[in-house]
Design a binder for this molecule. Structure first.
Ligand code: DGL
Length: 278
């Protein structure tokens, strides 16, 4: 428990006259991927300040052990709490799969986690086959296994690791078709061949490769599902529920933090600025 934060949080919760809170939202990912969520948060919540923490030093998380990832996540949360964040969006499916229960137990602050969007895909699939793209760690976690078990009688759930996806996005090569297209084709084509009509982007890095996936599914009646807008809606709902929305007059500020070097920080900031202009 972070005592300093609990004290602040309790003050806000107990005082019923306090209906706004201009402290920032914390957003965390292993790297650049969580910016796909940051972009939606910014759109949905224009008055909210955001501190975005991209680990960068230990990315990718997807092939590391659960113990290792848990350690990285705890360090990241402690760092965000130093920025007085009022709510944390774990904009990383892998970190959510490994640590969300622990985080909710350990810290008295609302968390929004991410998990592959199996439910909307399963409920809307017409072919009865859905394809989930995610990291190895997310696909092996209990969270994914339990969600799949719920929908296994409705649809056939195929899954594939996006091998090389995270590295491609981290190196800024996502728009280089020669590099990105073969990587994407390798993971997506087997799902299409087996009849998937939904492709779920179960890692926050993957939306940055969506244009290549779109090219592959063109004309096949396949929907690509990116859960980031739903995560932004869930965040908005929680802010209202806990009465910690920023005031309408608050001018949002965006900060970027990393455990990597200044070059990495510049890369994250540049990417965010590009997304803000889109
Ligand atoms: N972007 C993260 C996710 O949503 C983690 C990717 C990685 O570091 O392997 O799973």
């Amino acid at each position: 428990m972070n005592a300093r934060f609990r004290h602040k949080w309790s003050e806000g919760r107990d005082n019923q006259t306090m209906k706004t809170n201009n402290n920032p939202i914390g957003v965390f990912d292993s790297g650049i991927g969580g910016l796909s969520v940051w972009k939606e948060l910014r759109k949905a919540l224009p008055h909210e300040s955001v501190v975005y923490l991209a680990d960068g030093k230990n990315c990718p998380y997807g092939d590391k052990s659960a113990e290792e990832v848990e350690g990285f996540v705890l360090r990241a949360i402690e760092e965000l709490l130093r920025h007085n964040v009022k709510l944390i969006v774990v904009a990383c499916n892998t970190a959510t799969a490994v640590a969300i229960d622990l985080l909710r137990e350990k810290y008295d602050i609302p968390f929004v986690g991410m998990e592959p969007a199996v439910k909307p895909a399963a409920l809307t699939s017409e072919s009865g086959v859905i394809g989930i793209l995610a990291t190895r760690s997310s696909l092996q976690g209990d969270l994914f296994r339990n969600t799949c078990a719920k929908y296994a009688d409705k649809v056939k759930i195929l899954s594939a690791v996006g091998e090389g996806f995270v590295e491609c996005v981290e190196s800024g090569e996502e728009n280089d078709a020669e590099v990105a297209e073969p990587i994407v084709r390798r993971a997506v084509m087997p799902l299409l061949r087996e009849g998937a009509d939904k492709i779920v982007l179960g890692c926050t890095h993957y939306p940055f490769l969506a244009a290549h996936i779109e090219k592959l599914v063109e004309g096949r009646g396949v929907e690509i599902i990116n859960p980031a807008p739903a995560v932004a809606r869930r965040t908005a709902w929680l802010l209202s529920e806990y009465k910690i929305k920023a005031s309408e007059s608050h001018k949002a500020e965006y900060r970027f933090v990393t455990f990597a070097d200044d070059g990495y920080l510049a890369k994250i900031t540049d990417k965010a600025m590009q997304l803000a202009e889109m």
